[in-house]
Design a binder for this molecule. Sequence first.
Ligand code: AMP
Length: 576
Amino acid sequence: MTMPLYGQMMDVPLTVSSLIAHAARHFGDTEIVSRRIEGDLHRYTYRDCERRAKRLAQALIALGVESGERVATLAWNGYRHLEAYYGTAGFGAVCHTINPRLFPEQIAYIVNHADDSFVLFDTSFATLVDALAPHCPKVRGWIAMTGEAHMPLTMQTPVLCYETLLDAQDGDFEWPAIDERQASYLCYTSGTTGNPKGALYTHRSTVLHAMGASMPDAMCLSARDSVLPVVPMFHVNAWGIPHAAPLTGAKLVFPGKDLDGKSLYELMEAERVTYSAGVPTVWLGLLNHLRDAKARFTSLERTVIGGSACPPAMLRTFEDEYGIEVIHAWGMTEMSPLGTLAKLTWEQSQRPKAEQRKLREKQGHALYGVDMKIVGDDGRDLPWDGVAFGDLHVRGPWVIDRYFRKDESPLIDGWFPTGDVATIDRDGFLNITDRSKDVIKSGGEWISSIDVENVAIAHPAVAEAACIACSHPKWTERPLLVVVKRAGMDVSREALLAFYDGKVAKWWIPDDVAFVDELPHTATGKLQKLKLRERFRDHVLPSSVGIEGCPLTPLDDAALDLSTPLAGTRENPSVQ
Ligand code: AMP
């Protein structure tokens, strides 16, 4: 057997410190602008950022933090949070970003599970820290990310001052050589059921993901961009923007805690933001502000929307009314998070406009580095025909191998089961139809709750909609639409159901509509359907009435029209 011939190139490890070092050296004057907790607008450069990140690293080392230890953050998007990203991972510690919107009990669980040694926090979380500290005995210190003048004085927990710690250091520090397989960041899943689970990224996975995210058919970031990540740095590393921006030299604009439409719009305009990224809920606020204030963007060119399905109506509004390109993206914490983005090939962009739109409303094609497939109940691959629904499995260098401090592997034959249900079409475009836990199975056939919700959201009187399974004596489950009306607008149950005519298969039309004041959301803004299903567990659908097992009046079977052939079924994927 012949020996493999190895190449003769440098074996330089891919480490996150190289990202900030690159930005400081080659884009040293490029600005990082932050709306601060202190209330003002702070600006400095990548050069300043690296210097201060080094001082933070020195300060943490002086406090006894060693390589591999977890240092947590409870913070909004801002320059000090960016310093924490590099001032921890840069010297081999692990930056553990915590979502402050989780319940305090969940946060305490996460801090203890991660074994965090120090917690860096924005002063707006002082009360939260006081509530957490007694339950987190292993935390050696809580560090308020502010200067002496703004220290929260009424706290019961003894806290250290971030700026004082940095002032005590000289910044004369070299980023140490690190094995690229060492841990860099730790992010816990939002945990809709059970305890959150930790995804522990490596330096290598973080850098490769940053390269992938920057590519033209991904986020297409460059040194000519001014980027405002609305997606929080405590949620999957703000989709990699804090790494991709220094890599490409893009200007960074951090909104702090003010994520309402007006604040975002004003900051975007003032800092000539060209590019942004966030979840649909945030964009709803921004679009409402634009409409009410009759405002227009003068610099924003494009935005990535993901985290939950981007309603087609939102995509249309951004593009047709404001001329902003929307890039619909899909990913998850376990994938660092980027998986797919909806950008067209040259050939696809020659097709009729309506067809292009349809493609771009989907979650898109896989990024290099992510391999995906859909499988049926028997584990076998399903065809990429845009019709067959299946469990979505992925693999790649920035996909999780196992959860932090869990022995059992989540993988199936080397693939990570995402828990999402999807179709993939002939163009390789992914379309997420549901979380597997949320699917609605009517008469043995699947109904896409996301498609049903998207129709409702397109109605002018609907602010938000959730489609959930409701038990049915004949069909096992039928869809129930739960709706929040737009302030000052009205729509009846009948009018909303009539709105579905011709927009989805007849048997996908919900059997009933329930109007509510608000819908439950997770800490990352996703609909909490489990809670909704519990709330509507005893809801009696009009179509159930009179069927055996349901005591009321006769069923109008014709209205349901469940006899038509079924499209997109899991059992029979080829049926059109
Ligand atoms: P998280 O780990 O909190 O980022 O949540 C990941 C999950 O959010 C995915 O598994 C999907 O269920 C959902 N998700 C993310 N992006 C999208 C999208 N564009 N469309 C539909 N669901 C999405």
